[in-house]
Design a binder for this molecule. Structure first.
Ligand code: S3P
Length: 434
C-alpha cells in the first residue's frame, strides 16, 4: 500500500504512543511462568503483539482480555494466569514469531528450559536474522537445538530441560540475547552469569527483580539462579521507540510543537534524548514519575536549530532502534553527523543502514553509508520523493516523518509495514497535520 505525505504549515498536537513493545513482551512472558494472576494494561499493539501472545498461548499459557483491570480503568487489559516454572505444555504445532526478533529470542530462552519438543519460526525477514548468538550459549547450557545452517537460522527446534548455569561473555550488546539467557537461567541448576560488553535495555532484569527472581546486577555482569516468580501487575508506559518519530518531527519541522504523554524513560532506552540534547534540540521533559518500576514522563518537542553530532560507543545499544529517525534529524542539523559502531543495524528487520541511506538519499540528503554506520552532511532541505519501507516498520515510519518535514510530496511504498509496532501511526500523522 502506498501513502502520500506532505508537510503541513503547522505541526501540533498531543500524542499518546502505544504501549512499549519490550516491556509488554516481558510482562506477558514472565507472568506466564510466575505463580498467581496478573493484569497487564496498555499492552503493545500490532503484529508483534500477536506474535508474542500467539507463541505463549501455543505453549499452553492462560491469557485473556479482562474488563475490570487492577491497574487502570479505561485501558485495554489482559489477565495472565501464571502456571509456574513447570506449567507450560508441549506445543501442538510450530510456534510462529512473525517479524518479531524479541519474540523468537526470548521464547527460545523459555523453550531451552522445557522438557519437551518445540519448533519456532518466523517470517522471511526473521528467518534471515542471526540466531547463532542464542543457540551457541543455550547449547552450552545443555539444550538440544537444531536450526538451518547449523543452528544459525530459524526455524529452530528445541528439546530442552536439564539446563546448567554457565558464565557467558556476550559478543554483542543485545538485550534480546541477554534476556534469552536470563530466562533460560531461571530453569538452570547453579548460577548463570551473563557479562555484557555494554549496557542494553534492562526491562527483563527490572521485572525479574520485582517478581522476586534470584537476580543480581553488578556493573555489566548479571547473575541469575533458578527462581520461582510471583506475578506482578504491569501498566505498560508509552513506547519509547515509537515516541522518537514524533520527537524528530517536532524538532525538524519549522513550525511545530508536539507533546508526548506517558513515555517510558528507562535510562537504558533514552539514548535518543542524549543524542538530541547534544544536537541542541528544543525538548523539555515534564511530569517525571515512576510507574510499575519504570520511570515515565511527558516530553514536548518543538522546532529546533539542530547541530551535527557524533553517535558511537556505549550509547549505540541504548539508541539502536532510533538511529534511522535520528539520521533524518541529522539531515536538518548544521554540520556533519557521524554514526559509528552501529553494525547491529544491518541485522534488524531490514539492513537499516542501507535502507536509511536509500530513503534519505532519494529525498536529496547528503548521506553516505559506512560499514558500521553513516555520515550525514546536514543543513539543507529535503525534497519529497518515492521511498521504500523494505518491509521494515521503523523504516516505513522514518520515511513518513521525512515526508512531514520535506518540501513537496513523499510517497511511501509498503506503508503497512508500520503496523508491526504502531497500527495507529498513520492516523496520528493526520491528527498532527490538523
Ligand atoms: C529489543 C532489543 C533490541 C531492539 C528490539 C527490541 C528487546 O535489540 O532492537 O527492537 O525488546 O529486547 P537488541 O538489543 O537485541 O539489539
Amino acid at each position: 500500500m502506498y501513502k502520500k505525505v506532505t508537510s503541513p504549515s503547522r505541526l501540533e498536537g498531543i500524542v499518546v504512543p502505544p504501549g512499549d513493545k519490550s516491556i509488554s513482551h516481558r510482562a506477558a512472558l514472565l507472568n506466564c511462568i510466575a505463580s498467581g494472576k496478573a493484569h497487564v494494561s496498555n499492552f503493545c499493539v500490532g503484529d508483534d503483539r500477536s506474535s508474542m501472545l500467539g507463541c505463549l498461548i501455543g505453549l499452553g499459557a492462560h491469557i485473556s482480555k479482562h474488563n475490570e483491570c487492577n491497574i487502570s480503568g479505561s485501558e485495554e487489559c489482559f489477565e495472565i494466569e501464571g502456571s509456574g516454572l513447570e506449567g507450560l505444555t508441549e506445543p501442538k504445532d510450530i510456534l510462529y514469531a512473525g517479524n518479531s526478533g524479541t519474540t523468537m529470542r526470548l521464547i527460545s530462552g523459555l523453550l531451552a528450559g522445557q522438557d519437551f519438543f518445540s519448533v519456532i519460526t518466523g517470517d522471511g525477514s526473521l528467518r534471515n536474522r542471526p540466531m547463532k548468538r542464542i543457540t551457541t550459549p543455550l547449547t552450552q547450557m545443555g539444550a538440544k537445538i537444531e536450526g538451518r545452517e547449523g543452528g544459525a537460522l530459524a526455524p529452530l527446534s528445541f528439546r530442552g530441560g536439564e539446563l546448567a548455569g554457565i558464565e557467558y561473555t556476550m559478543p554483542v550488546a543485545s538485550a534480546q540475547l541477554k534476556s534469552c539467557l536470563l530466562i533460560a537461567g531461571l530453569f538452570a541448576t547453579g548460577k548463570t552469569i551473563v557479562i555484557q560488553p555494554a549496557e542494553s535495555r534492562d526491562h527483563t532484569e527490572r521485572m525479574l527483580s520485582s517478581m522476586g527472581g534470584n537476580i543480581e546486577n553488578e556493573g555489566l555482569t548479571i547473575n541469575i539462579q533458578r527462581s520461582e516468580l510471583r506475578s506482578v501487575d504491569v501498566r505498560v508506559p508509552s513506547d519509547t521507540s515509537g515516541s522518537a518519530f514524533w520527537l524528530v518531527a517536532g524538532c525538524c519541522h519549522p513550525n511545530a510543537s508536539i507533546r508526548l504523554k506517558n513515555v517510558g524513560m528507562n535510562p537504558t532506552r533514552i539514548g535518543m534524548l542524549e543524542v538530541l540534547e547534544s544536537m541542541e534540540a528544543n525538548i523539555s521533559i515534564e511530569n517525571e514519575r515512576m510507574e510499575g518500576g519504570e520511570p515515565v514522563a511527558d516530553i514536548v518537542a518543538s522546532t529546533s536549530s539542530l547541530r551535527a553530532t557524533e553517535i558511537h560507543g556505549d550509547v549505540i545499544p541504548r539508541v539502536v532502534d532510533e538511529l534511522p529517525v535520528l539520521s533524518l534529524a541529522a539531515c536538518f542539523a548544521k554540520g556533519t553527523t557521524i554514526i559509528r559502531d552501529a553494525e547491529e543495524l544491518r541485522v534488524k528487520e531490514s539492513d537499516r543502514i542501507s535502507a536509511t541511506v536509500d530513503s534519505l538519499s532519494r529525498l536529496g540528503a547528503t548521506i553516505e553509508e559506512t560499514p558500521d554506520g553513516m555520515k550525514i552532511s546536514g543543513g539543507t532541505s529535503l525534497a519529497g520523493a518515492e521511498v521504500k519501507s523494505h518491509g521494515d516498520h521503523r523504516i516505513a515510519m522514518t520515511n513518513a516523518i521525512a515526508g512531514l518535514v520535506a518540501e513537496g510530496e513523499t510517497t511511501i511504498e509498503d506503508s503497512e509495514a508500520a503496523s508491526v509496532s504502531y497500527p495507529s501511526f498513520w492516523n496520528t500523522i493526520e491528527e498532527l497535520r490538523g
